[in-house]
Structure formats: C-alpha cells, structure tokens
Write a protein that binds this ligand. Structure first.
Ligand SMILES: [Zn+2]
Length: 100
C-alpha cells in the first residue's frame, strides 16, 4: 500500500528527498440516523505525500520541502517536470497530480 520514493528536491533539483506515498483507499464508515438506522458506507481517502527526510544535498528540512511541494503551484512548468519524473519512476501520474 505505502511506497517510499525518492523525489526531486524543489530547492536544488537533485533527487535527494525521501517521500512516503500513500495511495487513496476505501475506508468503511458507520453512521447512525433515526430514519434509516445504522448504515455502513465506504468512502475513499485522499492519497498523500509525506516528506520523510530533509535534502541531503542542500540541507533543507523535511518541513520546508513538504511546504514547497504543497504550496508550489506558482510554476506550472516546474510541476510538469516533476510529473514527468514521477512517470519515469513508474508512479501513477493520475493519482499523484492533485497533490502538487
Ligand atoms: Zn535540495
């Protein structure tokens, strides 16, 4: 379910960042209401990226890198390059693109 990948550091451009990628999955959720009694429904969780370590090249912290991944939407060209790199690494592009 969970896979560990090396991603490109948004600061120095080297593949020095360890990220744990958790794909989305279905989770059961039981709800109660007076009209229909208890009901179990399933919902899909969001996939997520967790930066595990700082960059070993430029020494940015994991926190800074995580922030850059989540907030780095100002440069679409750069995003595209990250997607292409992920694709080359064999990750499913369609499940990952919403997080960047
Ligand atoms: Zn770096």
């Amino acid at each position: 379910m969970v896979e560990k990948v090396k991603l490109t550091c948004p600061f120095c451009g080297k593949e020095c960042v360890d990220v744990v990628f958790t794909p989305s999955f279905f989770q059961a959720h039981t709800s109660r209401s007076s009209a229909s009694g208890s009901k179990t429904s399933f919902y899909k969780t969001k996939e997520k990226h967790e930066v595990q370590s700082g960059c070993s090249n430029c020494h940015k912290s994991a926190k800074e890198i995580q922030k850059a991944f989540e907030g780095g939407k100002k440069d679409p060209e750069k995003d595209k390059k990250i997607f292409e790199r992920l694709k080359k690494q064999g990750l499913d592009f369609t499940t990952i693109k919403t997080k960047f």
